[in-house]
Design a protein around this ligand. Structure first.
Ligand SMILES: N[C@H](CCC[C@H](N)C(=O)O)C(=O)O
Length: 289
């Protein structure tokens, strides 16, 4: 089956975007894995699918698959590219777009400077809704909130890895490090992801606080591995930093692929993410049956 696609990236987190506004393509998880494969397919961290409005007051539906073929709840960098795509393809003339995702409605806004600001909705801290099994874990005094000890990732050290568990629709575990460049992302990321306390897996963020308004972040993403940037990961990291008393209400997040700006006014409020969205190329590919 030959299909058309658009390759896009937001701060280096890259996507294959598919248009199903005129009918479903009927793809399988194996097809999504093929599209994401950097050697045998197109290559991408996630595959984003655009579908028509599911209801009154909503403009589009947005479906996200990780490169491993699994559907997931949310993708921040992808939401900015989604907005850029539907405008560039003439599927809407709006600047502010209401988009239904698996876990609620988000609202990207295309801004005159070419970036996109997205209302990502409020963060979720209730362990059962993340989901994170906190049974038997006691809260740590830091910030007197959601900062948990996880099984020691380096038995030689014997130290606990301390994480803040947050959901942006998808699950995140954020840990503080002194220097992201030296952080053992490739070792600790899979270790935390394999922890049975995250029954649906987790995206693992390594957060270095530079000042009260600037951080550096690396994320080992669920279903992909380390990406150059993770939008929901940037949201989760800044929210954790604010709740731990380390950040003000707005911070620039330096990722390996670019800068994202995250703002959060506090409990019950939405997180706002601003960043780039770029079309790289368009193409078509013959999918294996
Ligand atoms: N790997 C994530 C989905 C993509 C998130 C990331 N690419 C973003 O920009 O938020 C998960 O399994 O929850």
């Amino acid at each position: 089956m030959r299909i058309q696609f658009t390759k896009m990236q937001g701060a280096g987190n890259d996507f294959v975007v598919l248009d199903e506004t005129r009918g479903r393509l009927g793809l399988t998880p194996a097809h999504y894995r093929y599209l994401g494969d950097r050697h045998f397919g197109v290559g991408a961290d996630q595959i984003l699918t655009v579908r028509p409005s599911p209801a009154e007051g909503i403009d589009f539906e947005y479906v996200i698959h990780n490169a491993d073929g699994n559907e997931v709840e949310q993708c921040g960098n992808g939401s900015r590219c989604f907005a850029r795509f539907v405008r560039d393809q003439g599927l809407t003339t709006k600047d502010r777009i209401r988009v239904k995702t698996m876990k609620g409605v988000i609202e990207p806004l295309l801004t005159p400077d070419g970036r996109v600001t997205v209302d990502m909705g409020p963060p979720v801290f209730e362990p059962a809704e993340i989901p994170f099994d906190a049974t038997g874990l006691s809260l740590l005094p830091m910030g007197s909130w959601g900062y948990w000890p996880l099984a020691g990732v380096d038995p030689a050290q014997g130290a606990h890895l301390l994480i803040a568990a947050v959901s942006m629709g998808n699950p995140h575990a954020v840990t503080l490090v002194a220097d992201v460049d030296a952080a053992p992302v490739g070792a600790w990321g899979p270790h935390v992801q394999a922890d049975a306390r995250f029954p649906q897996g987790v995206n693992v963020g390594f957060l270095q606080v530079v000042s009260r308004s600037e951080v550096r972040l690396r994320v080992y993403e669920r279903g992909v591995g380390e990406t150059l940037a993770c939008g929901t990961g940037a949201c989760a990291a800044v929210v954790a930093g604010i709740r731990l008393g380390l950040l003000d209400a707005r911070a620039d997040v330096q990722t390996r692929g670019g800068v994202l700006t995250i703002a959060w006014a506090g409990l019950g409020q939405s997180v706002f993410m601003t960043g780039p969205a770029t079309t790289v190329f368009r193409g078509e590919i013959d999918l294996p049956e």
